[in-house]
Design a protein around this ligand. Structure first.
Ligand code: UT7
Length: 332
């Protein structure tokens, strides 16, 4: 007997950002850079920085509590916790298990996924499958990062780009034909070398030498990642709309990964979509990897930019290199 496939939507959102702000002007006294360079090349003006004693799970837990309140669910309702992060508290236990303990969720499974900046979209797509097949009723999906802890503050090519934060969503069954209409995930692993954090894993275990040579920090070939991003963002958007049986004309709102204003503008131009339909808040937060999309989505909702019935596209790319897109017929 086949299983009934249920429609799944986001029924609650929440986000949490550390209070401390690091502006471009502050960065001018740390590395050889300028507010002008950072703003014109990326669109970023400031970013949030977590304290020394704040870990990714702390930001994730705070965002989750807000999403749970927004959705009207309690810890007892949650069947699964998925945390997308490239900066877990530690190798194990997973950050999702730490969040589970923080929230007092007793009967659930919990795991992390590592798809870097695309992680939240991967998480939504995975969570949707558990609910649509009837294996879970309520799934908590979180994108959370403390990237500023793995930035090399002597490398102006990377340290000006990233910030810390967390965003969370509650997924549940929604009325048939609403919620996630389609999602699409991809990876081009052979391009992985363009964005890495090389040390601390099994390939290059932590030694005094790896620490001294800065191999526990982010290493990036910005130009190559940029090239990948400007190609994949419009393609992933077009393809997911096609998968949902829609066209780009049916898009009401896009929440893209917040890496670089120029990448988003280039995608908008290729898709022929007006800037009023595209949300950007990277000026305030920089690139928060897996947290960028859920934080942006939460802010767009708060600002009343998304209404019931809108076709909302989430689209992103990141280390891996990975990419993903999803279209949601907003159901609340
Ligand atoms: O979530 C995925 C994560 N990564 C990304 O999304 C990154 C995608 N790539 C980008 O966003 C852009 O490639 C960057 C913002 C990283 C760089 O912008 P760009 O326009 O590609 O600059 P560039 O790397 O070609 O560098 C141009 C110049 C270089 O100087 P020279 O060699 O021309 O003299 C850099 O050394 O700008 C210099 N530069 C800086 N100058 C001042 C690089 N970083 C800085 C800086 N301040 N922070």
């Amino acid at each position: 007997m086949g299983r009934t496939v249920k429609s799944v939507g986001i029924t609650g959102m929440g986000s949490h950002l550390p209070e401390r702000i690091l502006t471009n002007y502050d960065l001018e006294s740390i590395v050889d850079t300028s507010d002008e360079w950072i703003r014109t090349r990326t669109g970023i003006s400031e970013r949030r920085i977590s304290d020394a004693d704040t870990a990714t799970s702390d930001l994730a837990t705070a965002a989750a509590l807000k999403a749970m309140e927004d959705a009207g669910v309690t810890a007892d309702d949650i069947d699964a916790i998925i945390v997308a992060t490239a900066t877990p508290d530690m190798a194990f236990p997973s950050t999702a298990c730490i969040v589970q303990s923080n929230l007092g969720v007793k009967e659930a499974f919990a795991f992390d996924i590592e798809a870097a900046c695309t992680g939240f979209i991967y998480g939504l797509s995975i969570g949707e499958k558990f609910i649509s097949t009837g294996d879970a009723k309520t799934v908590l999906v979180i994108g959370a990062e403390t990237l500023t802890k793995v930035c090399n503050w002597e490398d102006r090519n990377t340290c000006v780009l990233f910030g810390d934060g967390a965003g969370a969503a509650i997924l549940r069954e929604v009325e048939s034909g609403w919620g996630i209409l389609a999602s699409l995930l991809g990876a081009e692993g052979w391009k992985g070398k363009f964005l890495t954090l090389p040390a601390g894993g099994s390939r290059m275990p932590a030694t005094l030498e790896t620490v001294k040579s800065g191999k526990h920090f982010i290493h990036m070939n910005g130009g190559e990642v940029y090239k990948f991003a400007v190609g994949i963002m419009p393609t992933a958007t077009l393809k997911v709309m096609e998968k949902a049986g829609l066209t780009t004309g049916d898009i009401d709102f896009i929440v893209p990964h917040q890496a670089n204003k120029r990448i988003v503008e280039s995608a908008a131009k290729r898709l022929k979509i007006g800037s009023e339909k595209i949300f950007m808040n990277l000026n305030k937060y920089g690139n928060m990897s897996s947290a960028s999309i859920p934080v942006a989505l939460d802010e767009a909702l708060e600002q009343g930019l998304i209404k019931k019935g809108d076709n909302v596209v989430l689209v992103g790319f990141g280390a891996g290199l990975t990419w993903g897109s999803c279209v949601i017929k907003w159901s609340r």
